[in-house]
Design a protein around this ligand. Structure first.
Ligand SMILES: *Cc1c(COP(=O)(O)O)cnc(C)c1O
Length: 429
């Protein structure tokens, strides 16, 4: 795994010494290298620019959604996806340009759709017939208004890290099934409604994908669907949205492709196709590929339990409440000592959290050295789905979030206090 160090050999994040950050902001803390976030957004955008294709890099904000993150996305002229009223509210609070927001979700409530219409969300990505009916009814209340929409389809392709399957029907709760004719029926309904302006279709085939093959297959499949709709429904698409799922490096075992390889493969597939309409704009929705590798979690080492014949347990001051992914998906991470990240391993330990679950193991078989009480360690590549999935389990306050860039560190989410924990609790006396 790659990391940067300073003259003292300490880990640095965004040019800031990780030991200083731990002392200044406390642990556990999430620290982001903001230049790396910007760099990832630009790397995707650059490929489209080089190919002279209209595009949007729509950051899937469920990976990490805070006011500061929406501000950075806006500075980079990215679009964002939101999947709930709460994410939309946060984007609104950050004054993110609403025209560049896409609203996803398989069960958007009427209240959420109302909020999206009131906010002026650019694109609503319709997932199912219930939503289509709700949205049409809400729009009737403002008869002059036309809303841009896309249809989410399940094209019968799903990618799992190293492989993809072409399954016919996709067994997924998301989107309109293609093979059974649901997607086309939905398109017919949308096209018949003058208050809905159909931009095109969307598919998201999986997450942590390492091969271009699934994206190539999905692109071909979506273009075939659009060609059919062009011929039979007289529909001309303006956007093709291929979702996210671009894989990142979590450990030395992962060997992800650079962002540009995925986009180049998609764009080459489109330009090789014989389309009866002009090449639509291509939208992508990277989440983890934007923020994953840019995030570090700082912890302080506490207790240690040695058991003869077994790998010792070394406990840190956080755990599954601030990073549920190892417990939830057996996700793998690597950790380094902030003081000396390049030091060779001296033993193999299990890095565990402080939560009351035996499954609260952050890293099984972690070899970072010098894990004595008080040492600060950094778990690498924790920027995606860490803070956004954090909980208050065991009534632990959620950690602070710090943005570091050009040697400057700024607190962007305060550490929760005990009084924050009970602020919505009401007395029963
Ligand atoms: C989760 C999700 C993404 C982002 O996935 P990553 O693996 O973080 O890139 C993009 N689009 C949709 C529709 C999603 O549900």
């Amino acid at each position: 795994m790659k990391f940067e160090t300073n003259d003292e050999g300490h880990l640095t994040i965004g040019g800031c010494d990780a030991l200083t950050l731990a002392a200044q902001f406390g642990t556990p803390a999430y620290v982001y290298d903001v230049a790396q976030i910007r760099g990832q957004m630009r790397a995707f955008a650059q490929v489209f620019e080089q190919h002279h294709v209209q595009y949007a890099v729509s950051y899937a904000s469920k990976a990490f959604a805070t006011v500061a993150m929406y501000q950075v996305a806006a500075q980079e002229h990215a679009h964002v996806d939101v999947v709930s009223g709460g994410e939309l509210y946060t984007a609104q609070a950050a004054q993110f340009p609403m025209a560049n927001v896409s609203f996803h979700g398989n069960n958007k409530s009427e209240a959420e759709l109302k909020q999206a219409l009131a906010a002026g969300v650019g694109t609503i990505i319709i997932d199912n017939f219930h939503e289509l009916t709700l949205l049409a009814a809400l729009l009737k209340q403002t008869p002059q208004r036309v809303q841009d929409v896309m249809l989410r389809v399940t094209p019968g392709i799903s990618a799992h890290t190293h492989a993809y399957d072409q399954t016919g029907q996709t067994d997924s709760k998301f989107g309109f099934d293609v093979d059974s004719g649901q997607a086309k029926a939905a398109a017919t309904q949308v096209l018949a409604n003058p208050q809905l302006h159909l931009l095109g279709i969307h598919a998201h085939i999986g997450s942590q994908i390492f091969e271009v093959a699934g994206f190539v297959a999905a692109t071909k499949r979506l273009l075939a669907i659009l060609t059919d709709w062009h011929e039979t429904l007289a529909f001309t698409p303006s956007v093709l949205n291929l979702g996210g799922g671009f894989g990142i490096q979590y450990t030395d075992q992962d060997d992800p492709l650079p962002a540009e390889r995925f986009i180049t493969a998609i764009l080459e597939t489109i330009s090789a196709a014989d389309l009866p309409f002009a090449v639509p704009a291509v939208w992508i929705e990277p989440g983890r590929a934007i923020v994953g590798a840019a995030g570090y979690q700082l912890y302080t080492v506490g207790s240690r339990k040695d058991v003869p014949g077994l790998a010792p347990f070394v406990a840190v001051d956080g755990g599954m409440g601030d990073n549920i992914r190892p417990a939830l998906y057996q996700a793998k991470y690597e950790a380094v000592a902030a003081k000396d990240p390049a030091a060779p391993a001296t033993e193999t330990v299990r890095l565990v959290g402080k939560y009351c679950e035996s499954g609260d193991i952050l890293i099984d078989q972690a070899p970072p050295p010098h894990l004595t009480a008080g040492a600060v360690i950094a778990v690498l590549a924790t920027g995606a789905y860490g803070y956004s999935m954090a909980s208050n389990y065991n009534r632990n306050p959620r950690p602070a979030v710090v943005f570091a860039e050009n040697g400057q560190a700024k607190l962007v989410v305060r550490r929760e206090s005990f009084s924050d924990l009970i602020q919505n609790d009401l007395s029963y006396l």
